[in-house]
Design a protein. Structure first.
Length: 86
């Protein structure tokens, strides 16, 4: 078998292995997030509160982005919506 044919075959096999390897690494890494994070929404007029069921502590929510319910007294807080007082 000619040497040039072996070199070309080795290069093609190397490129195939490289492409498969990069594809596997991209799939393992998870890649960039598929959905862009939402912009924070102004909810001050909606009178939204986070209330602790144990001690009654309240936090007023004025802007919502990704809602992550905080813990107070070891328990998750409840989301409470009240009618606007204006």
């Amino acid at each position: 078998m000619p040497t040039w044919l072996l070199v070309i075959s080795a290069l093609l096999v190397g490129v195939v292995i490289w492409r498969i390897g990069t594809s596997v690494l991209r799939s393992i890494s998870g890649g960039p997030p598929s959905v862009a994070p939402e912009e924070a929404e102004d909810v001050e007029a909606l009178e939204v509160f986070l209330v602790c069921g144990e001690c009654g502590t309240e936090f007023r929510v004025t802007r919502l982005g990704e809602l992550q319910i905080p813990r107070h007294c070891g328990e998750p807080m409840q989301v409470v919506r009240r009618p606007a007082t204006r």
